[in-house]
Structures are given as structure tokens and as C-alpha cells.
Design a protein around this ligand. Structure first.
Ligand code: ADP
Ligand code: X15
Length: 403
């Protein structure tokens, strides 16, 4: 049984004409150093709900976070998203300099029917992640009702995803939220076996906990990305300057033991592409996982690992993938991620294997490889889809009205 409910109230039930609707979307898209959007999947995925509201004559107050800023950080402003959002929606999106306060109140009051006001990054306030009720009340004060379409952030009990529902009624799910829940709860609740999970990326502390519950569900667990060095170090290997979560070493050891006890095949890469610095033009070489040199860092999985992973994936019927295998943003360290993307596309198209890709960066990598339409389901949430899969309640969903 999934612990999160999926029968949430949806759009279409409320009289929307002239109403100010607070829409929480996940517009946390990757931006390059020049603030250019490198993958707009999450923006495109948010469009159907907003368009529906605009067509019904609603006034949309749109909120999102971007990145993990500590206080107001220009690099994490939502401003670079305005042109693309305006283009996709076919309206001139108005951007506020803040997400609460007088200017926001004025701009929201001035919104015409069919207008969109984009609020500045809600995480510029620490109160957002603290789920501070006063802050949630301020966010809510400019609208009449609430729509949560931010599936990618549904696993966070934050002010704009959870707290705000105490002040805005009805509080319903948007179309993207509903679609994600339908697919992930529906198709993955009873996966066709053998079932494999591939977990990588850099959010080690978020994802390492998920692995424990995944061990109860999967037959094969493949680890890559920044996740693996904590496991290597726990086994006594030297990891040089690679990403390591020191306080998760014991957990990593116990996960290896649990996998053995449960008969789950836990695969760690046997070779690694190491770099002398974290840069696109870094010097690189392939080394065995047991021989990472001091002062070098692992930035991709090696060719032997790719072969082993591919052979294991050949035996599966369902695969869920979250987190790139390496720093795919740098061409030199993209081979592992590209190889997995190609393998999953091939298995879906030629063998009918169900493939589910979750997470902003994983989806960006699959888009970059031009393979997104070959997968069974592209989820806009990495952490969220994993938590849903492990049966954890998603606070952003639980807070919504029942259907
Ligand atoms: N070995 C590594 N060391 C450091 N960062 C890594 C490594 N492998 C992958 N990454 C980074 O992980 C990031 C994605 O992680 P994460 O946010 O957890 O994935 P997702 O968004 O798909 O859930 C990418 O920016 C990638 O560069
Ligand atoms: O990118 C996100 O999650 P993901 O990388 O797990 O897909 C979401 O926007 C949530 O972001 P957070 O993990 O900083 O809360």
C-alpha cells in the first residue's frame, strides 16, 4: 500500500472566473553560468495547469523555488524564466521582486483575468523551508484558492507546499501532480519483476535513506554518481577528493549488509573516471574503484562498470532511474550517464521494459541525449518519485483536499 493518497481534489471543481489562484509549481530548472535555461522540462510540464486556469478566467499567482539558496541570492532568481514561461503560456508574465510584501500585494491586485504574476524564489526566505505559519499566511494572503502542481517538491513540507493549505481553500492538485501520482502509484505499485533501481546524483543525504526502503522492493540496485564514494569509503577504499558524506558511512555499511541479507544484487562501479579538478577541462583517467589516487576525484563511472550495469539491466522488466552517473554537464564525464540513458531507451523500445526517469538533472541528461520520448515515463521529481515509491507520505499531497 502506498502511504500517500492519490485521490486528491483536482481542478475544474471550483468556480475559477476572476479568482486569484496561488499555483505552486516546481520551476527548479537547471541554469548555466550565463543564467540560460539548459533544460525546460519542468516549465513545459507546468504549462497545462496554468493554461487551464487562464482559459477559465482566473488570475494566476505563480510560486516556485529554484536551487537551494541561503537567503537572497541573485544567482537563484526566477527572473531568467520569464521569457520562456511567457512564450509557452502566450501571455506576458509579470515578475515580482519578492514573494511576499507590499509590491506583491499591489501586483496581485492589479492582475487581469488571464494574467500571470510570477513571484520571486520562495526559498529566499528561510521561513519557506521551516514551514513557518506566518510566512505561509503571507503567501496565501494574495490569493483565493490553492493549486499544487509541484510534484518535484511534494516530498518537502514547506510553507508554499504544505503550510499554505491551512490558509487557502480549496487546496487541490494540478494536472501534473495528478498525472505523476496516477503513473507512479498506479504503474509502479506492483512492478513487473525483475525490478531494478539506479540511484546516482549528488544529493547523497537525501537519497541514501531511500535506498534502505528500496532494498525491500527491488531485485537489483545499481549505484553511481556522487553516491558511491560514501560506500567505497565505508568499505575502506581511498576516495581522494571525491564527494563523501562522512556521517553516512555506517549507514552505507549497513545497507551493503542488508542488501546481502535480502538477496538484492547491489552493484557498485568497479572502475571510475577520476579528474584532477572539478572542471570541464580537467585531466582525467580511468582507475579501478579500489585505486582512486589522492588529490583526484571521481566524476564518472568507468567502461567496465557500464558493461556490468548493462548486463544486469538486460535481465529486468521495470527500471527506475534517479540521479546521473557522473558530472554529465561536463562532456568528459558524461559517458556513464549517456550509456545508461541509451540502455534504458533500447530496453523500452525493443523489449517493452517499463522505464521511469525521475529528477531534474536525470531528466535533463535524458533530454540532452535526445532520448526522453523513448522512456515509459519521465517524472519531474527525483526525490519525490523515490519517496513515493518507498511508500512514504508526500506532505505536499497529504495537505490537499480529498477528492
Ligand atoms: N561523482 C560526482 N561528483 C559530484 N557530483 C556529481 C557526481 N556525479 C553526478 N554529480 C552531479 O549530480 C547532480 C545531480 O544530482 P541530483 O540533484 O541528486 O539528481 P536529480 O536532479 O536527477 O535528482 C548533477 O549536477 C551532477 O553533476
Ligand atoms: O530538484 C528537485 O528535486 P530532485 O533533484 O530530487 O528532482 C526539486 O525541485 C526539490 O528540490 P530540493 O531537493 O532542493 O528540495
Amino acid at each position: 500500500m502506498m502511504a500517500t493518497k492519490r485521490s486528491v481534489g483536482t481542478l475544474g471543481e471550483a468556480d475559477l472566473k476572476g479568482k486569484k489562484v496561488f499555483v505552486r509549481a516546481d520551476l527548479n530548472v537547471p541554469l548555466d553560468d550565463a543564467q540560460k535555461i539548459t533544460d525546460d522540462t519542468r516549465i513545459r510540464a507546468s504549462v497545462p495547469t496554468i493554461k487551464f486556469l487562464l482559459e477559465k478566467g482566473a488570475k494566476v499567482v505563480l510560486a516556485s523555488h529554484l536551487g537551494r539558496p541561503k537567503g537572497v541570492t541573485p544567482k537563484y532568481s526566477l527572473k531568467p524564466l520569464v521569457p520562456r514561461l511567457s512564450e509557452l503560456l502566450g501571455v506576458d508574465v509579470v515578475m515580482a521582486n519578492d514573494c511576499i510584501g507590499e509590491e506583491v500585494e499591489k501586483l496581485a491586485a492589479a492582475l487581469p483575468e488571464g494574467g500571470v504574476l510570477l513571484l520571486e524564489n520562495v526559498r529566499f526566505y528561510k521561513e519557506e523551508e521551516k514551514n513557518d505559519p506566518e510566512f505561509a499566511k503571507k503567501l496565501a494572503s494574495v490569493a483565493d484558492l490553492y493549486v499544487n502542481d509541484a510534484f518535484g517538491t511534494a516530498h518537502r513540507a514547506h510553507a508554499s507546499t504544505e503550510g499554505v493549505t491551512k490558509f487557502l481553500k480549496p487546496a487541490v492538485a494540478g494536472f501534473l501532480m495528478q498525472k505523476e501520482l496516477d503513473y507512479l502509484v498506479g504503474a509502479v505499485a506492483n512492478p513487473k519483476k525483475p525490478f531494478a533501481a539506479i540511484v546516482g546524483g549528488s544529493k547523497v543525504s537525501t537519497k541514501i535513506g531511500v535506498i534502505e526502503s528500496l532494498l525491500a522492493k527491488v531485485d537489483i540496485l545499481i549505484l553511481g554518481g556522487g553516491m558511491i564514494y560514501t560506500f567505497y569509503k565505508a568499505q575502506g577504499y581511498a576516495v581522494g577528493k571525491s564527494l563523501v558524506e562522512e556521517d553516512k558511512l555506517e549507514l552505507a555499511t549497513s545497507l551493503i549488509e542488508k542488501a546481502k541479507a535480502k538477496g538484492v544484487s547491489l552493484l557498485l562501479p568497479t572502475d571510475i573516471v577520476v579528474a584532477d579538478k572539478f572542471a570541464p577541462n580537467a585531466e582525467s583517467k580511468i582507475v579501478p574503484a579500489t585505486a582512486i589516487p589522492d588529490d583526484w576525484m571521481g566524476l564518472d563511472i568507468g567502461p567496465d562498470a557500464i558493461k556490468t550495469f548493462n548486463a544486469a539491466l538486460d535481465t529486468t522488466q521495470t527500471i527506475i532511474w534517479n540521479g546521473p552517473m557522473g558530472v554529465f554537464e561536463f562532456e568528459k564525464f558524461a559517458a556513464g550517464t549517456d550509456a545508461i540513458a541509451k540502455k534504458l531507451a533500447e530496453l523500452t523500445t525493443s523489449k517493452g521494459v517499463t522505464t521511469i526517469i525521475g529528477g531534474g538533472d536525470s531528466v535533463a541528461a535524458v533530454e540532452k541525449a535526445g532520448l526522453a520520448d523513448k522512456m515509459s515515463h519521465i517524472s519531474t521529481g527525483g526525490g519525490a518519485s523515490l519517496e513515493l515509491l518507498e511508500g512514504k507520505p508526500l506532505p505536499g499531497v497529504l495537505a490537499l483536499d480529498d477528492a
